[in-house]
Design a protein around this ligand. Structure first.
Ligand SMILES: Nc1ncnc2c1ncn2[C@@H]1O[C@H](COP(=O)(O)O)[C@@H](OP(=O)(O)O)[C@H]1O
Ligand SMILES: [Mg+2]
Length: 445
């Protein structure tokens, strides 16, 4: 839209050519915002008396020419010049009104590009600052003092899950698990602890704590202060995360990180490696927002961020009528019996280890040794580090994980989830819950 002015004829001079007539058609052009008109023109034009206001209408007699005479030819219509046009004239460049509009749009485009990431971050900061029911009050849209960037947190969470996974794998392959009993579940099942759990926990905890010292971290295993390790983050963000996720700041005090350094410990000791995962979850005001599920023995990692992006997706179809139900193999409770009562005797029940593995079974995960299911149900008590990452991933992909009564699970406060869980994606989650009245009672037995 730039045009060289050297060969153009000289513009009409109002002193010698007389004022340009301001005809009704022209007046319409002004009020519609004709280039150079009141709505589009710049302050400089108005200061220079050009473009800002319509020029005064000249006094012209009703019929200024005699009867039978032809009206004199109207002087060529030309939109008023804009100040920047005049400013560019010494450079030998003149912009047509259309060129001027394109020039302004280009400028706006550059400004938008520069500020879009920043604005998206500020918007998310404002939206995510909304307190959850019963959660702590967070400053809304205030200056990000003590703020954390969720994109950074996602990058560190992925790194932590991978680094923890390396410990899990190393211990298993070295075959020195140092297996101990750490207690019993409410149902009387033995809870196991291995060197894999502890070493992974140490790596993951100190990496996250070192990168985000102001953030609350809840981990399945006890962190021994006498056994500190410095694990630093070089602040690099993987390319796929950079591509899909915008920087998004939230107040540090609104964040709770949940670490499961080794999910499916029972199966780990049984050498059923396919079930084992390491997981990190980030909750903001109790809502699960970032989930990372890593399989150390196949180096597979799924991550997702609510309203951000993911590297994993839902499958294209699910069987809602006779769903395949994936359940715990070591903490099943009465889930099989009740699932069959609810969905019929033909319902396929898939017993499997690990809450992370069972969430991956609902997704499109091209992994050897990864089974597929339509619904994940757990009826006994379970801890939040076991389920938070899966809940965040499902939520980010449009799925649901709720208690068996259909309540959202809040990832602040206590470690435990009392109401059992049901997880699904691309299904009528509410209808599933309505089919499960008996499971809810079973879970609270
Ligand atoms: N009733 C219960 N009480 C305590 N933890 C339970 C539980 N049921 C399941 N879990 C924990 O939830 C995780 C997934 O369980 P499951 O494999 O049975 O589905 C396991 O975590 P860890 O392996 O991280 O300890 C398991 O210990
Ligand atoms: Mg666990």
């Amino acid at each position: 839209m730039l045009s060289a002015s050297r060969s153009a004829p000289p513009p009409p001079n109002p002193d010698t050519d007389g004022p340009l007539p301001f005809t009704p058609a022209r007046r319409g052009a002004w009020s519609r915002g004709w280039p150079g008109g009141r709505r589009r023109c710049c302050r400089g034009c108005r200061a220079a008396g050009e473009g800002g206001e319509p020029p005064p209408r000249p006094r012209v007699p009703a019929v200024p020419w005699g009867r039978g005479e032809r009206p004199p030819p109207e002087p060529a219509r030309r939109p008023p010049r804009c100040a920047p046009v005049a400013a560019m004239a010494p450079m030998g460049i003149r912009l047509s009104p259309l060129g001027m509009a394109v020039f302004c749009l280009l400028g706006l485009g550059v400004l938008y590009h520069l500020y879009s990431g920043f604005l998206a971050g500020r918007f998310a900061f404002f939206m995510l600052s909304e307190p959850a029911a019963g959660g702590p009050e967070a400053p809304r849209g205030s200056a990000p003092a003590g703020a954390v960037d969720l994109r950074d947190l996602l990058a560190v969470s992925v790194l932590a899950a991978v680094r923890g996974g390396e410990e899990v794998k190393r211990v298993r392959e070295g075959n020195v698990l140092n297996e101990k009993a750490k207690g019993k579940t409410r149902e009387g099942a033995e809870e196991k602890l291995t060197s894999g759990d502890l070493l992974s926990n140490r790596k993951m905890f100190y990496l996250l704590k070192g990168a985000f010292p102001g953030v609350q971290i809840n981990s399945e295993e006890h962190v021994d202060a006498a056994d500190q390790e410095t694990v630093s983050w070089d602040r690099s963000i993987p390319e796929d995360i950079k591509k899909k996720i915008q920087p998004t700041e939230v107040p540090a005090e609104s964040v709770t990180v949940w670490i499961d350094p080794l999910d499916a410990t029972q199966e780990y000791t049984d050498d059923l490696r396919q079930y084992v995962t390491t997981m990190v979850c980030v909750a903001v005001n109790g809502k699960p927002v970032i989930g990372v599920i890593h399989k150390p023995f196949s180096a597979y990692t799924a991550w997702a961020m609510v309203d951000g992006g993911s590297n994993v997706k839902a499958r294209s179809s699910y069987n809602e009528k006779t769903p395949r139900i994936i359940v715990s193999r070591s903490h099943a409770g009465k889930v099989e019996q009740v699932a069959r009562q609810t969905f019929g005797n033909k319902t396929v029940i898939i017993p499997a280890g690990g809450a992370g593995y069972k969430v991956l079974a609902l997704l499109d995960v091209a992994e050897e040794n990864q089974e597929e299911a339509d619904v994940y149900i757990h009826v006994t008590y379970i801890k939040k580090w076991d389920i938070c990452a899966g809940n965040a991933v499902l939520r980010a992909l449009g799925g649901h994980m709720t208690t068996l009564a259909g309540e959202e699970i809040s990832y602040t406060g206590s470690d435990g989830n009392e109401g059992g869980l049901i997880a699904s994606i691309n299904m009528n989650h509410k209808a599933l819950i309505e089919k499960l009245p008996n499971l809810e009672k079973t879970s609270r037995k």
